[in-house]
Design a protein around this ligand. Structure first.
Ligand code: CA
Length: 160
């Protein structure tokens, strides 16, 4: 499982990165919002810090969500509840507040990823680089539906 950590602060990034790796996650880290949005590889979950040098983390969150259905867990150092609420409204799946422990991140990541696999979001426009792999299960489900006899064209028309 691949995690994209978006955090400019090296000491803060170190601990969750080490912990996630120890728990079997592959961790890639970028330090800016621009780099997060330019990131090419598919990620299973994105952890954007809200305080980034080049962009507001909330805008990064919004842009990621507009592009696809990758699970997002916002990292918030801000004490303001409003930021966390806005993050969730912009499409984040959950948030962790700094300082946080690795086990908390993992405890929040796993259910978010499970939900994303079970209920992929639909109709989000073009296929994004991040979260590209979610498209395949959805296409497979559509193909299965199309093969269901009750839903195929001629059978439906014939039964009227
Ligand atoms: Ca930061």
């Amino acid at each position: 499982m691949r995690v994209l950590l978006v955090e400019d602060d090296e000491p803060i990034a170190q601990s969750p990165r080490r912990g996630l790796v120890r728990y079997g996650f592959e961790v890639e880290r970028v330090t800016t919002g621009g780099a997060a949005l330019a990131h090419e590889g598919a990620s299973d979950v994105v952890l954007p810090d809200l305080g980034l040098p080049d962009a507001d983390g909330l805008d990064v969150c919004k842009a990621l969500r507009a592009r696809g259905d990758v699970p997002i867990i916002v990292i918030s150092a801000r004490s303001d509840e409003t930021d966390r609420v806005v993050g969730l409204e912009l499409g984040a799946d959950d948030y962790v507040s700094k300082p946080f422990g690795v086990r908390e991140v993992i405890a929040r990541t796993r259910p978010v990823m499970r939900r994303a696999r079970r209920w992929p979001r639909r109709g989000k426009g073009r296929i994004p680089a991040i979260g590209r792999r979610r498209v395949r299960p959805l296409a497979a489900a559509a193909a299965r539906l199309a093969r269901t006899p009750a839903l195929s064209g001629p059978a439906c028309e014939g039964s009227r």
